[in-house]
Design a protein around this ligand. Structure first.
Ligand SMILES: [Zn+2]
Length: 527
């Protein structure tokens, strides 16, 4: 059993293979989450009545059945008003014909300012037609899978549990690379429900095209349509990019999907290989821009312009690795450190590292490392800065670390040769990324101030008219992007229809209103 499962305040155990079992359960989503995160639970809204249950039945169930004083017309009037005022008792009500679709596109590793040294006419046009954030702050660690899962769950990484691009097991010491990890069910399905599944549970149809986490089931439910790239996939083939867009358009038009997440592996790969300041990266950004143009043309050609909201974003930025630095971070050169004290290590992965010392050697290892290098920041798990919202998860090892911008962490030998890297502190500007949106729900020509990626999930749920799962986002943060800013009731849920097409009314409000109406009708009959 890894020592971290024995730490105070950390629940959960290990599965037979040694991986910490998820401590969260579907009905106990955030039991380990500090309240200071401001978590809000949508389950409270849904708790009184399942989404498909007619709220009026709940009202009648609260009264003695066959109540003699409630004559037929009065009942019918109450039923009609209640139905109007309490659509789904918290669940959204939308007619299929009026629902806007949503396409979330991620271009991996697109740094916030990649459009500033390259002509990007299509991204520029999208900004004129819609909303552009000055930049977006990703979650920490600034890695692909963790940050993509934050986008589709609205949770910080310590709360959704996909803490690394790699699956790992501290007991068996198994470590799997990114692509293999995409198919490891339990790595993803560990208590959080992504937006695809939430949408499907509320009657919508969803698709994932190469999007990390979209190829496994969650609580037994698979995404309606899903594509996973092969292990030797060429992520930079522009012809294939267009074919993928054609497929997604067919999903929307022929299969009537409501939500699709579409992933492109660039400009991340090029940024790693050549560095973010290279001509190759700039050329790749031109390819991304052409693809954005093709995408918007495709949306128009398929008559979706007025019915589809498009969000283009990314997971993190990219920075240049200082390979010639005279002070590389090299574990094999640290004088008081030996790998003989380590049971499990996850190093040589950019600027991030995790260590599980052998039994009784944590203090020794920590003392050997804490001041080993001025560019390396080593923490005990419980002392890791809370602002990162990262370490409070059973999968995070007792010691973890990150290095300063430009420095990667080398372990037993130097095996990292990338010219560009990410994974650094999400406060570093080079880790910031993009957010653009256009469509019938978005204002035009609006540039908004930076925000955290954790809020995008709430926005997407709002656009789809679905009730979110519990998450770390604030539903009010991104509302200024939308045409209508509904007044929020005290619990933050919209009390008015959004864009005249959906309404989410807390069931408690509905019950109060219905009770008042019923009382008024009864009193009028007595009088
Ligand atoms: Zn990358």
């Amino acid at each position: 059993m890894p020592p971290h499962t024995r730490e105070a305040g950390i629940r959960g155990g290990t599965d037979p293979a040694g991986e910490p079992t998820p401590e969260v359960r579907p009905r106990d989503v955030h039991s380990h989450i500090p309240k200071t995160h401001g978590m809000r639970s949508a389950r409270v809204t849904l708790g009184l009545c399942p989404p498909r249950q007619e709220p009026v039945l709940c009202t009648l169930c609260a009264c003695p059945s066959g109540r003699p004083s409630m004559r037929g017309p009065a009942i019918l009037l109450t039923v009609a008003l209640a139905t109007l005022l309490a659509p789904g008792a918290g669940a959204p009500v939308q007619s299929q014909g009026s629902r806007n679709k949503l396409l979330l596109v991620s271009f991996d590793g697109f740094r916030w300012n990649y459009d500033q040294d390259v002509d990007t006419p299509n991204l520029d046009a999208m900004a004129r037609d819609g909303v552009k954030a000055r930049y977006m702050t990703p979650a920490f660690v600034t890695m692909t899978s963790p940050c993509h899962f934050t986008l589709v769950t609205g949770k910080y990484i310590e709360n959704h549990g996909v803490v690394h691009n790699m699956y790992y097991n501290t007991t068996s010491r198994v470590k799997l690379p990114y692509h293999a990890t995409l198919g490891i069910q339990r790595w993803w399905d560990n208590g959080s429900v992504p937006i695809w599944i939430t949408a499907q549970r509320q009657g919508l149809r969803a698709g994932s095209f190469f999007y990390p986490g979209g190829n496994v089931t969650y609580q037994g439910v698979a995404v309606t349509r899903s594509r996973k790239e092969g292990i030797a996939h060429n992520y930079k083939n522009e012809t294939e990019w267009r074919a993928n867009i054609d497929t997604v358009m067919a999903w929307f038009t022929e299969e009537d999907l409501d939500l699709v997440t579409l992933y492109f592996g660039e400009p991340d790969s090029t940024g790693h290989k050549y560095g973010p300041e290279s001509p190759e990266r700039r050329e790749m950004v031109r390819q991304v821009d052409r693809t954005v143009g093709y995408l918007r043309e495709s949306i128009a050609r398929n008559h979706l312009t007025d019915h589809l909201n498009l969000i283009i974003t990314s997971d993190h930025g990219m920075t240049t690795v200082d390979k010639q630095a005279g002070d590389l971070v090299e574990f094999h050169k640290f004088p008081n450190f030996t790998f003989q004290d380590i049971q499990f290590e996850l190093l040589d992965y950019g600027p991030n590292g995790m260590l599980l010392p052998k039994e009784g050697r944590l203090e020794k290892v920590y003392n050997a490392l804490k001041d080993a290098h001025p560019k390396l920041h080593v923490y005990k798990k419980e002392e890791f800065p809370e602002a990162f919202h990262y370490a409070n998860n059973p999968r995070v090892t007792p010691l973890l670390m990150y290095s300063d911008l430009g420095y990667v962490i080398h372990g037993r030998v130097n095996v990292q040769f990338n010219n560009g890297e990410h994974g650094f502190d999400n406060k570093d500007m080079d880790m910031k990324t993009i957010f653009r949106a256009v469509g019938p729900s978005f204002k035009a020509g609006l540039e908004v101030e930076p925000f955290e990626s954790v809020h995008v999930y709430e926005l997407m749920c709002r656009l789809l008219g679905i009730v979110p799962e519990a998450n770390d986002g604030d539903p009010a943060t991104l509302l200024p992007m939308l045409h209508t800013e509904p007044a929020l009731p005290p619990d933050g849920r919209p009390a008015l229809p959004l864009h005249g097409r959906s309404a989410v009314l807390p069931s408690s409000w509905a019950l109060v209103v219905m009770g008042l109406l019923g009382t008024m009708i009864l009193l009028s009959e007595v009088a």
